[in-house]
Write a protein that binds this ligand. Structure first.
Ligand code: 6R9
Length: 571
């Protein structure tokens, strides 16, 4: 592959010598940094928050929170005290180690306090997107037999308490006047609770967080992670996020998505940095204003957000002082090269793509600051992790061959089970020795990984295998195209043909001429066989709440098939 590289930049904690570290790395080196290494008894919330109270970070801001109506700062000491109180609130309700406690509320400080307090008493926290409707809430609470849920009055009607026999307690934030059986006022209970808490010391393999994630069909799966994830969250914070003590970090992900917990809660606090949380919905101006106001240094977001900002134009960027930024990252979907070049132009920063999944618990493949970036590539595996492209028998494929993206089993943050569904869990490991991601990718001769699509999304047109991502990336280079989703549509002659769903940038109108121009653009810029034979313009593309274009939904619509579980789809 002949791809232009963007040279390395200087990091602070970065991998100065990737090859050497990669070859010699042993996770025990990281484990030994934790005091529990000897005893095995541990608690994530202690390590992320309370541990810092023994250092000069005690009064350092841990959380800088703002939304349209609130603006608050919490130090590590304050978060420690508040989460202790919440732990006592739960204990008083009889919540014990291993119980499932859900959080279903907007991004507010109370959400973060609830997550930490739940973990402190050894219970398992289940984060939900606030936008979930009743059926989505019911599925997740009933599958996990949750005993308590923390929520707000406006979401109460979406919790079908009568259909959830295991659910004993609803803890209401900001709803003191709702006097009902089984309903506890967060504020009243917190006011009474002691700020001293006997932390539940658990085993590193005990359950900590349960993230439900949707497969392409069927019900969402409950992915269970244990306290042991902290090893990887601490270390990837250094290698990938390049954390240093004085960083002001902004992860834009909601805690309903794994990125919003692993890298919106645990990794930054394990590393003792200051974490910015922005609540509510926000405009492009608000995004830049947040960076300017808090002097954000490390910014972790997603392609959907970067494409949205790119669509808003370069002029908006110039109104703000973004000079505090030193490191920008992206995850969740393939990062189109066009977006990387745009980031370089307007922020003067490379956007560092990295790859991982709810199931993997932590980042596994990344563009590190210390390495040249090939726009469109996810980068290389983190040390201590062996990623490969394998065939269906488990043989590693040579460079540049498309196949299953798989990881050798045994990294610290790997999921430990799918709740109530051991068979589903086993499916990921059906090729002995490997975790099979379900993603299709190839590795080039220099060891860079290139995402192609979910295995089911790869298109076979007239015998050519085409990854939807490269077509989509070419499409968004066209000046009229804001976003594109590409699928294979069954065709009697060609097996499949390529069909593109496109949303246009403002100022452009759908027309036959535009369609033809876009088709020609792909034909000349990528390959004749990769040009979409069919194009359909849409105001919006179907996306998950974490911003992923849902190709399976496009395909189901196209074929008039059932769309499967849609609970994670945006409005
Ligand atoms: C963290 C997260 C996982 C799926 C994954 C893949 C896609 C994530 C990506 C990427 C291309 C990247 N994905 N990162 N595709 N490039 N850098 O997103 O977890 O919500 O479970 O999704 O997202 O298809 O398999 P999750």
């Amino acid at each position: 592959m002949n791809v232009e590289k963007i040279p390395a930049t200087e990091g602070r904690f970065n991998l100065q010598n990737y090859d050497e570290t990669y070859a010699n790395f042993d996770w025990a080196e990281v484990e030994k940094q934790f005091t529990w290494y000897e005893t095995g008894k541990v608690n994530m919330a202690y390590e992320a928050i309370d541990r810092h109270l023994l250092t000069d970070k005690k009064d350092k801001p841990a959380l800088l929170y703002s939304d349209l109506t609130r603006e608050e700062t919490y130090t590590y000491a304050q978060l420690s005290e508040l989460s202790n109180k919440f732990g006592n609130v739960l204990r008083k309700l009889g919540i014990q180690k291993g119980d499932r406690v859900f959080v279903f509320m907007p991004r507010t400080p109370e959400l973060y306090v609830s997550v930490l307090g739940t973990i402190k008493v050894g219970a398992i926290v289940g984060p939900l997107f606030e936008a979930f409707m009743e059926a989505a809430v019911r599925d997740r609470l009933s599958d996990s037999e949750a005993v308590a849920i923390v929520t707000v009055p406006s979401l109460l009607s979406r919790i079908p308490v009568d259909e959830l026999p295991a659910l004993k307690h609803v803890i209401l934030v900001g709803g003191a006047d709702e006097q009902k059986e089984g309903v506890t006022s967060f504020e009243a209970a917190m006011a009474e609770a002691s700020s001293e808490l006997e932390i539940e010391w658990v085993d590193r393999e005990d359950g900590m967080i349960l993230h439900y994630t949707s497969g392409s069909t069927g019900k969402p799966k409950g992915v269970l992670h244990v306290h042991n994830v902290m090893i990887q969250h601490l270390q990837t914070g250094k290698w990938v996020l390049d954390f240093q003590d004085d960083d002001i970090y902004w992860c834009t992900a909601d805690p309903g998505w794994v990125t919003g917990t692993a890298y919106g809660i645990f990794s930054p606090w394990l590393n003792g940095v200051t974490n910015v949380v922005r609540g509510g919905r926000f405009t492009p101006e608000d995004w830049y204003k947040t960076i300017e106001k808090y002097k954000v240094t490390v910014w972790y977001s997603a392609p959907t957000a970067f494409r949205m900002l790119m669509g808003a134009g370069d002029e908006v960027v110039k109104k703000f002082d973004l000079s505090s930024l030193r490191h920008v990252l992206s995850v969740g979907e393939p990062l189109n090269p066009e977006v990387v070049y745009w980031g370089l132009r307007v922020f003067n920063h490379r956007i560092h793509d990295n790859w991982w999944m709810t199931e993997t618990g932590g980042q596994l493949i990344s563009n590190f600051r210390s390495m040249p970036i090939k726009p469109g590539s996810m980068g290389k595996p983190i040390p201590g992790v062996h990623a490969a492209i394998i065939d269906n028998q488990g043989n590693e494929l040579p460079a540049n061959r498309m196949g299953n993206l798989a990881i050798r089993v045994g990294w610290p943050a790997m999921m430990r089970k799918i709740w109530n569904n051991p068979a589903k869990y086993e499916e990921y490991f059906h090729i002995p020795g490997w975790y099979v991601s379900g993603d299709s990718a190839y590795k080039d001769e220099e060891g860079y990984f290139w995402f192609q699509g979910r295995i089911d999304d790869v298109i076979n047109t007239s015998g050519e295998r085409v990854g939807p991502f490269e077509v989509e990336s070419k499409l968004v280079e066209h000046p009229a195209v804001a976003e594109a989703g590409v699928i294979g549509k069954p065709d009697p002659l060609r097996g499949e043909i390529i069909k593109a769903f496109i949303s246009l940038r403002s100022g452009y109108e759908p027309s036959e001429a535009l369609m033809e121009d876009i088709r020609k653009f792909v034909k000349e810029g990528l390959a004749a066989h990769a040009a979409p034979r069919e194009i359909e313009f849409r105001d919006k593309l179907p996306k998950t709440r974490s911003g992923k274009i849902m190709r399976r939904v496009l395909k189901a619509w196209e074929l008039g098939l059932p769309t499967g579980d849609l609970s994670t789809m945006e409005d």
